[in-house]
Design a binder for this molecule. Structure first.
Ligand code: AMP
Ligand code: MG
Length: 406
C-alpha cells in the first residue's frame, strides 16, 4: 500500500512536466481560463491625481483670507485643467484631473452659490480631502495578475483597467471519461434485476466542467477486455482519461490489463478510506505530452473523493495552475468534533464525511462508500490518521468540498 501523501508527491512532478498548450485570446473570451504569463501594468491607475467628488478644487492656504471665492475655471472629467489661479477656486467634477496648485476638494454639499456667482464655503477644507492620487490603485510596472491565476470577472476587469486587450491563456484540458461495469444502466429506462444506475459519470462531468475542462465521455463500458481497450484508444488523444470501476482484483476487472495493452500502468492500493484501489498510467501521444490515465474505484463516494483529492490537483497542474491551488492540504482548517469514532481503520487513513457548522463537525451517520446522499448532506471531510480514534472535543483537520474544488 502507498500513503496518500507519498502518492501525491509522486504524481505532481509528472503533471508539472506536462506541456500545456497556450493560446492568445481577446479579453472577452478568457473568463475561467488560466493566465499563462504574469501581466504588468504599463500605466499608473489612475493616471492623474483626480477628484473623488463633484465640488470645488481649492488651495487650503487661501482660506486664511476668508470663505468666499470666485470661480476661475470649470473642469469636467476628461479635460486638462489650467493651473489654479491664486485666490480663486475651480469648479470640478468626479474623475476630473486636479489643477496644479490645488491641494483639496470640497464637496458641493459643503458650499453655497452666491448671487454674484462666487462661492461661500461652510467651513475650512482639509488638506488632500477627496483627492484620488495617481497610482493609488495600480502603480506603473506592478504585476496586476499573476501567471497561473484563474481569470475571474474581477481579474479580467483589472486587465482591462490597464489597457490590455488580449492575454496568453492555457488551452482547456481535454478530459476523457469512461465508466466500466456491465451492471450499469443510464437513467431514462427502468432497471432490470441486478442493474444499478450509472451516477459516477454525472459527478465527474459536473466536476470537470467546473474545472473548465472540455469533456468527452464514451459512457458505459461493459466488463470485457476488448471493449475496455477500445474505449481507452478512442479517448487516447485527450490530456487526461478518468475511468471508474474495474480496478480491483476480480475477474471482471479489466481496466488494468487494458491500460497495459495500450500504454503504461502503475497500479496502487492507496492507504486511504474510502478509495483504496486506484490505477494510474499513461498513453504516449506523438509529438506531445502523454495522455494521463486515472482508474478510480467504482463506489460512488470513493470515486468522487478520489477525484477531488487526487485527480483535481493533478488536473490543476496539467492546466497550468500553481501548486498552491492544487495542494488542498495547505487549505485544511481545524474543526471541533461533535462525535466519537471508536473503530478506526488501523492501516489506512480515513476521510470522514462531516457537516461543519460554526467550526463544529457533525458526523454523517452512514460512512459507507456506496452512499451518495452522504456527499450531499455533508459539507466536507475530516482527515484521520490510520488508527486514530475521535472523542467529542477533539480538534481535526477539515476541508470542505467547496475548498477542494477551488
Ligand atoms: P467496481 O470498482 O467496478 O468493483 O465497482 C464497485 C461498486 O461501485 C459496485 O457496486 C458498482 O456497481 C458501483 N459502481 C461502479 N460504477 C458505477 C457508476 N458508474 N455509477 C454508480 N455506481 C457504480
Ligand atoms: Mg465493476
Amino acid at each position: 500500500m502507498i500513503e496518500l501523501d507519498e502518492l501525491l508527491m509522486q504524481l505532481w512532478p509528472l503533471a508539472q512536466q506536462h506541456e500545456a498548450l497556450v493560446e492568445t485570446l481577446p479579453l472577452k473570451q478568457v473568463y475561467g481560463r488560466v493566465l499563462a504569463a504574469s501581466q504588468r501594468s504599463a500605466i499608473a491607475v489612475p493616471q492623474h491625481d483626480n477628484s473623488g467628488m463633484d465640488g470645488y478644487a481649492v488651495r487650503c492656504a487661501d482660506f486664511l483670507q476668508g470663505l468666499e471665492f470666485s470661480v476661475s475655471q470649470r473642469i469636467p472629467a476628461g479635460q486638462t485643467p489650467e493651473p489654479l489661479e491664486p485666490g480663486t477656486v475651480a469648479r470640478i467634477f468626479t474623475g476630473a484631473p486636479i489643477p496644479l496648485g490645488a491641494d483639496a476638494i470640497v464637496m458641493q454639499e459643503d458650499t453655497e452659490l452666491l448671487d454674484d456667482g462666487r462661492v461661500r464655503f461652510k467651513g475650512l477644507p482639509k488638506l488632500n480631502d477627496w483627492i484620488r492620487r495617481a497610482g493609488e490603485d495600480i502603480a506603473r510596472d506592478q504585476v496586476v495578475v499573476e501567471a497561473g491565476a484563474v481569470l475571474n470577472a474581477v481579474r479580467v476587469a483589472l486587465l482591462a483597467s490597464i489597457g490590455i486587450a488580449e492575454v496568453p491563456v492555457y488551452r482547456p484540458l481535454q478530459a476523457g471519461v469512461m465508466v466500466t461495469g456491465s451492471e450499469l444502466k443510464n437513467p431514462g429506462s427502468p432497471l432490470e434485476p441486478g442493474q444499478i444506475y450509472n451516477s459516477n459519470e454525472f459527478v465527474w462531468l459536473g466536476l470537470l466542467k467546473q474545472l473548465g475542462c472540455e469533456v468527452r465521455s464514451v459512457g458505459i463500458v461493459p466488463d470485457n477486455l476488448p471493449d475496455t481497450v477500445a474505449a481507452l484508444k478512442s479517448l487516447s488523444d485527450c490530456d487526461l482519461i478518468i475511468s471508474s470501476g474495474g480496478v480491483s482484483v476480480g475477474e471482471e476487472d479489466h481496466v488494468k490489463p487494458a491500460v497495459e495493452q495500450v500504454g503504461e500502468l502503475r497500479a496502487w492500493k492507496v492507504a486511504m478510506k474510502p478509495g483504496k484501489p486506484m490505477a494510474f498510467g499513461k498513453i504516449e501521444r506523438a509529438g506531445r505530452s502523454p495522455c494521463w490515465f486515472f482508474g478510480l474505484p467504482g463506489n460512488p463516494v470513493s470515486s468522487a473523493l478520489a477525484f477531488q483529492l487526487v485527480v483535481k490537483p493533478f488536473a490543476d497542474l496539467l492546466s497550468g495552475r500553481p501548486l498552491q491551488t492544487a495542494d488542498w492540504r495547505a487549505r485544511m482548517v481545524p474543526v471541533t468534533a461533535q462525535f466519537d469514532w471508536l473503530r478506526p481503520d488501523t492501516r489506512r487513513e480515513e476521510f470522514l464525511r462531516v457537516r461543519v457548522e460554526s467550526g463544529v463537525a457533525h458526523l454523517f451517520a452512514n460512512q459507507s462508500s456506496g452512499v451518495l446522499t452522504s456527499l450531499d448532506q455533508s459539507t466536507g471531510v475530516v482527515r484521520l490518521m490510520a488508527g486514530q480514534t475521535v472523542a467529542p472535543g477533539d480538534v481535526l483537520p477539515y476541508v470542505s468540498y467547496q475548498e477542494l474544488m477551488k
